[in-house]
Structure formats: C-alpha cells, structure tokens
Write a protein that binds this ligand. Structure first.
Ligand code: 5GP
Ligand code: ZN
Length: 113
C-alpha cells in the first residue's frame, strides 16, 4: 500500500526499533511511548483497521495475540499489560494500518479517556 507508514516500516524502508519479526508480523517500540513498555504489533499485510477484519483475514489477529503473549513473557510483563486497538476517527486511530498497542510497566487507569 503506497504511502502507508506502517507498510513502509514493515518493509524496512523506514527504520524502527524492532522487538520481533517474521514473515507475517512485526513488533516494534512506539515512537511516543505512553507507558514504560509500549510496543506495536502489525501484520505485514496491509489491513486498514479492525473494521476490515473478516473471515478472509482474521487468522492474523489470532496470530498477533500469540506473538504478544510471547513478547510479554520475554519482556517480563508478568504483572499485566493492556492490548489496545484504536479503530477509526472516533476510536482515535491515526495510522490507518491495523496495529495493536501493548502497554505495560505501570498501573493503567480504566476506563480510558
Ligand atoms: P494510533 O493512534 O493509530 O492507534 O497509533 C499510532 C501509533 O503509532 C502512535 O502511538 C504513534 O506514537 C505511533 N507512531 C507514529 N509514527 C511512528 C513511527 O514513525 N515510528 C514508530 N515506532 N511509531 C510511530
Ligand atoms: Zn499499510
């Protein structure tokens, strides 16, 4: 997808601080962390948003959650963490390539603002 920031990061055209990568997904630290640990997990395939998940592409979401659980163990987030997906304008999505935020390392307030 042309002009998609996270497609460019997935392709290595824009550098990122990588945590994990394979042929399907990339995990990298958020450039503007909102918690002591804040990373993003994206599919390498361009999917605009959670709203575009259907039976043809939902397997990647399950896989992303497997990857998150592995990384959380490696980063010793045993006290807990939060997985966030912002979808669409009112959901606060600014980058229109599906991504899951993983935040941890501090007590996170609920509900979010
Ligand atoms: P959204 O607001 O779409 O849910 O989340 C987009 C996230 O991408 C934000 O937390 C923002 O800080 C992060 N971000 C935006 N541009 C870059 C970048 O160039 N590199 C990295 N690592 N993160 C970015
Ligand atoms: Zn993209």
């Amino acid at each position: 997808m042309e002009n998609c920031l996270f497609c460019k990061i997935a392709a290595g055209e824009i550098p990122s601080n990588k945590i994990y990568e394979d042929d399907k997904v990339l995990a990298f630290y958020d450039i503007e962390p909102q918690a002591p640990v804040h990373f993003l997990v994206i599919p390498k395939e361009h999917i605009c948003c959670a709203d575009a998940i259907d039976s043809s592409n939902s397997a990647i979401v399950a896989y992303i959650f497997e990857v998150i659980a592995k990384i959380a163990k490696e980063l010793k987030l045993e006290k807990g963490y939060r997985i966030v997906n912002n979808c669409g304008e009112e959901g606060g999505q600014t980058v229109k390539h599906l991504h899951f935020h993983v935040l941890g390392g501090r007590l996170l307030a609920w509900p979010p603002g």
